[in-house]
Design a protein around this ligand. Sequence first.
Ligand SMILES: O=P(O)(O)O[C@@H]1C[C@H](O)[C@@H](CO)O1
Ligand SMILES: Nc1nc2[nH]cnc2c(=O)[nH]1
Length: 325
Amino acid sequence: MAAEPASDLEFRAAEPEKGSPRPLRALASGGGSMCLEHTLPGEAAFDYNTISISANYLLERTKHRPAIGIVCGSGLGSLVDHLKEREAFPYEKIPNFPVSTVAGHDGQVVFGLLNGVPVMCMKGRFHSYEGYPLWKTAMPIRVMKLVGVNSVIVTNAAGGINDKYHVGDVMLIKDHINIPGFAGNSPLVGKNDENFGPRFPGMSNAYDKQLRQEAKSVVKEMGIEESVHEGVYVMLGGPSYETVAELRLLRLLGADAVGMSTVAEVVVARHCGMRVFAFSLVTNKCIMEWDSDEEANHEEVIAAANARKHHLQELVGRMAARMAQ
Ligand SMILES: O=P(O)(O)O[C@@H]1C[C@H](O)[C@@H](CO)O1
Ligand SMILES: Nc1nc2[nH]cnc2c(=O)[nH]1
C-alpha cells in the first residue's frame, strides 16, 4: 500500500489548477444607460488533476480495482450492505468530495465484491437541490472513471407517471428527458476537459441496449417480469414534487417516471465513454388528478425503497455478474 498522505486537510485545500476557467460573467446591454449583469452561479468544474487527487486517495487505500460502479438512489443504499471484503470511505474524508445532506443517502464510497465481482459504490448521491452545481453532483462519476470503472449501474427512486406503473415496480431506463439541460444547465457546461471526453458528446445511445437486454433476461430469471417496465425518466431539479399540471405536461412529453437525479451522472458517464445501465424504483404513483387530496412525500419514497430492497439487490448483483463477463 502506498504511503499515507501528510494529512487529509492538505487534500481538502486542493484548488483547481491555475488557468482553469473562472465562473462565466456575461454582460448584456439593455439599451440606453441600462446594463444588466448576469453571473452564472457556482465555481468552475474540478479539473483532471483535482479529480485525480480524489481517485488516488481511494486507490491508495483500497485493494479493490473495480471496473463496475454503482450509484445508489434514495433508500437504496442497502444495496451495498452485502458486499464481501467491504472497504468504506466516508465522503467527508475523501479530498474534494461533496457531502450528502439527504435522508436515505448515507455518504460513503464503498468498495467490495458483489457476487465475486469488484465494485465501487456510491452509498448516497448528490442532488442539485442540495445546492450543488450539476457538475459537482456528477463529479463522483469522474472519480470512478479515474479509479478504473468503465461501466456504471445508476439507480434512483422515482414517481410513476405512466398509469400502468405501481409502487414497487422497476423501470429499466431506456432514455431520459433532461429538463435542466433544456435551460442550459448541464454538468458539462464550462471549459471542456478533453482528458475526460469530447466537447459535444452524443446521447442517443445513453442507456446501453445490450445491458438492457441482459437486464430483461435477469428479470425473467428472477420471475419478476410483471413488475418491470422499460421507460423514459425525466429529471427535474426539485426539491418540491410536481404539481398536477406539471405531471400532465411531463406525461405529454413522453416521460414514464420522474425524479431529481441520474441524468447528470449519466451525461458525465457517457461523456467519458462509460457504459450505462440504469433503473428507477417506482416509489410513488404521481398524482395526476386535481381533485386528489394525496401528496407525494419523501417518507413514502424511503419506505417503498425499503420494501423492495431484496429484489433490487438481486437485480443489481446479477447485472454486475453479467457486466463483468
Ligand atoms: O436520489 P434519488 O433520485 O433516488 O432520490 C429521489 C429524488 C429525491 O432526491 C428524493 C425525493 O423523495 O428521491
Ligand atoms: N421529482 C420527483 N422525484 C421523486 N422521487 C421519488 N418520487 C418522486 C416524484 O414523485 N417526483
